[in-house]
Design a binder for this molecule. Structure first.
Ligand SMILES: Nc1nc2c(ncn2[C@@H]2O[C@H](COP(=O)(O)OP(=O)(O)O)[C@@H](O)[C@H]2O)c(=O)[nH]1
Ligand SMILES: [Mg+2]
Length: 212
């Protein structure tokens, strides 16, 4: 089989840039709309890393069918995140952070994401916690709007370190076999470099599931 599935759910509070990110993957226009329900994008992609492979590698010819699930960010719609995680059998969660928004609210949203992920594993909490110890899922913290931090990676590091360390550590303890990654991007940046970084997120999720 030369096609593999990659199911990714994108969550985060309103306005962090979830829909913009999905549109970048889609290659569509970046006009602004408010997401009120789960929106599913299916796209077959070849990752940039694949084209660099040798012709003798099957990976060079593989296509990934990416299901990107874009969730609404309003707190009253957080339960949709749970529905999305469960329904689309999410392999990777991209939790987007906006460095210009209230961090306390975003931290709570990340805790909620962790709880929802747990709930997808079992109805019984203790059983779910047990299953979480072996769960294979990628949790990707994505600081967006790097342009508003003057493209300064250290400032993005600081945002994570100062506001999300405790929650992030809690997530790692709860899902110790999961893939824990983070990156900083600008979803509106039209340059190839920016596109490669976005591509790299999917490449990482792919790697964790199929090659690690
Ligand atoms: N400066 C800046 N603005 C962005 C970036 N990504 C998205 N935005 C803007 O943030 C606003 C909300 O984006 P949207 O994708 O609708 O957020 P969502 O609610 O998470 O889906 C829009 O006006 C976007 O143009 C970025 O990387 N930098
Ligand atoms: Mg949206």
């Amino acid at each position: 089989m030369l096609t593999r599935d990659l199911s990714v759910t994108i969550v985060g509070t309103t306005g962090v840039g979830k829909t913009t990110l999905v549109k970048r993957i889609e290659g569509g226009d970046l006009e602004t709309t408010t997401t009120i329900d789960i929106e599913v994008t299916n796209k077959k992609i070849k990752l940039l890393s694949q084209s660099a492979r040798s012709s003798f590698s099957i990976e060079k010819y593989r296509t990934y069918k990416v299901t990107a699930v874009d969730c609404p960010g309003d707190i009253s719609r957080y339960p949709r995140w749970f529905s999305a995680l469960k329904k689309y059998r999410t392999q990777g969660i991209i939790f987007m952070i906006d460095p210009t928004q209230d961090f306390r609210i975003q931290k709570d949203a990340l805790i909620q994401t962790s709880n929802y992920l747990l709930m997808t594993l079992d109805r019984d909490v203790q059983e779910a916690e047990r299953k979480a110890l072996k769960a294979k899922v990628v949790i990707f913290l994505l600081v967006n709007k790097l342009d508003l931090l003057d493209y300064n990676q250290q400032r993005a590091d600081k945002v994570i370190a100062e506001n999300f360390t405790e929650t992030w550590d809690g997530l790692k303890r709860r899902f110790p076999q999961g893939g824990h990654f983070w990156e900083a991007i600008s979803a509106i940046d039209p340059t190839t470099e920016a596109y490669e970084k976005i591509d790299g997120i999917f490449e990482t999720i792919r790697w964790y599931f199929y090659e690690k």
